[in-house]
Design a protein around this ligand. Structure first.
Ligand code: UDP
Ligand code: MG
Length: 311
C-alpha cells in the first residue's frame, strides 16, 4: 500500500449536521495541496446518524476511512486512534464542528514544507462561546504555562499538522490520560504557529461541558506539572508554622499568665481551616494517584467496533 501524503483525522461525536459540510470544505482545501490524502473519521460512540454518513462517504470515495468505537471514549482517545491508524507522511487533527477552518490547512502545509515538524494553529479570538468560559480557558492556559517547564503553547487546541516522526513518538508515549497538545510540546521538535480566528460551532452543542473541561485541565496539570503537589506541601508547612506559634502562645498564656481562655471561636476556626487544607491536599494527591492507578492497569485506550482500515 502506498502512503498518502497527508492524513486528516476527524474525531466525531454527534456531528451529523457538520459532516457533509466539513467533508466538502476539506476536499476544496486539499485541492491546493494534493489529491493524495486520506480522511480518517473516528466515530466516538455517536448515537445519531454520524456513523451512517461516514460510511456513505467511505463507500463513495476510498480516501475516506473510518474507525468506530464501541462507546464514547473521549476526544483525546479518538484523536489517538486516528494517529495510530493513519499512514500519511504527516497528519492534521481537526474538529468536526467547523470551528477549525479547513481552509487553514494549506497554510499549515506551507509551513510544514519549510521544514517544521509541528505546525499548530493558534486562536486569535474565539467566537460563539460565553465570557465566563472564555475567561476560564484563558486562565487555565496561562496557569499551566507558568507552572510547567514544558513550553505548551497558549491558546492552541489540537488543530495542528504534525510530521510522521511526531506521530510515531506520540504513539510510543504510554500515558493513559492523554493531553496531546502537552505531549507534543514535551516532545519538542521544530514548531511554528499559524494564527486564525476561531468561529463558533456550525451546528450542535459543544461536548466539552464544565466537568469535561475541568477533567482535561486536570490531565494537563497532572501530566505536566508537579506544582499542585508542591503547593500542598508548602501549604502544610505554612500552616504548621502558624500552628507552632499558636501552640507557644497557648502554653505561655496557660502556664505563665495563668489564664485559660474560653476560645470557642479560635478553636472552631483553626479546626475548620486545617481540616480544609488537609482535604484539599489529599484531593490533589488523589488526582495524581488515580492517574498512576490507571497507568498501572494499562487497559486499552479504546475499543473498536468496526473499521474499514487495518488497525
Ligand atoms: N469529540 C469526540 N468525543 C467526545 C467529545 C468531542 O470525539 O467525547 C469531538 C467532537 O465531535 C469535535 C471535537 O471532538 O469534533 C471537539 O469537540 P467540541 O466541539 O465539543 O469541543 P470544543 O470545541 O467545544 O472544545
Ligand atoms: Mg467545538
Amino acid at each position: 500500500m502506498n502512503k498518502p501524503t497527508l492524513s486528516i483525522i476527524v474525531p466525531v461525536y454527534h456531528e451529523e449536521q457538520n459532516i457533509p459540510l466539513l467533508h466538502s470544505r476539506l476536499l476544496t482545501a486539499m485541492k491546493l495541496i494534493s489529491d493524495d490524502f486520506e480522511i480518517i473519521w473516528v466515530n466516538d460512540g455517536s448515537s445519531d446518524n454520524s456513523l451512517f454518513l461516514i460510511k456513505e462517504l467511505a463507500a463513495a470515495d476510498k480516501r475516506n476511512k473510518y474507525i468506530s468505537f464501541t462507546r464514547n471514549f473521549g476526544h483525546q482517545m479518538a484523536l489517538m486512534a486516528g494517529l495510530e491508524a493513519c499512514s500519511g507522511k504527516a497528519a492534521v487533527m481537526i474538529d468536526c464542528d467547523l470551528q477549525d477552518p479547513p481552509e487553514l490547512i494549506p497554510e499549515l502545509w506551507e509551513q510544514y514544507e519549510k521544514g517544521f515538524k509541528v505546525v499548530y494553529a493558534r486562536r486569535r479570538q474565539r467566537k460563539g462561546e460565553n465570557i465566563v468560559r472564555k475567561f476560564a480557558i484563558r486562565l487555565f492556559y496561562r496557569l499551566l504555562h507558568r507552572t510547567t517547564r514544558i513550553r505548551i503553547p497558549v491558546d492552541t487546541g489540537d488543530f495542528r499538522l504534525i510530521d510522521r516522526k511526531v506521530i510515531d513518538a506520540l504513539k510510543s508515549m504510554p500515558e493513559q490520560h492523554k493531553y496531546l497538545r502537552g505531549q507534543i510540546a514535551w516532545l519538542g521538535f521544530s514548531q511554528i504557529a499559524v494564527s486564525y480566528n476561531r468561529d463558533g460551532r456550525f451546528a450542535g452543542k459543544s461536548k466539552y461541558g464544565w466537568i469535561r473541561l475541568f477533567r482535561l485541565a486536570m490531565d494537563g496539570f497532572t501530566g505536566f506539572s508537579n506544582l499542585p503537589l508542591k503547593l500542598a506541601s508548602l501549604g502544610g508547612f505554612l500552616v504548621s508554622l502558624v500552628a507552632f506559634i499558636i501552640i507557644l502562645y497557648a502554653l505561655y498564656s496557660k502556664f505563665i499568665m495563668g489564664n485559660v481562655i474560653s476560645g470557642w471561636t479560635s478553636l472552631i476556626i483553626s479546626t475548620m481551616f486545617i481540616g480544609g487544607i488537609q482535604l484539599i491536599s489529599i484531593g490533589i494527591i488523589g488526582e495524581y494517584i488515580s492517574r498512576i492507578n490507571s497507568d498501572v492497569r494499562k487497559r486499552p485506550l479504546y475499543m473498536v467496533e468496526e473499521a474499514n482500515l487495518d488497525l
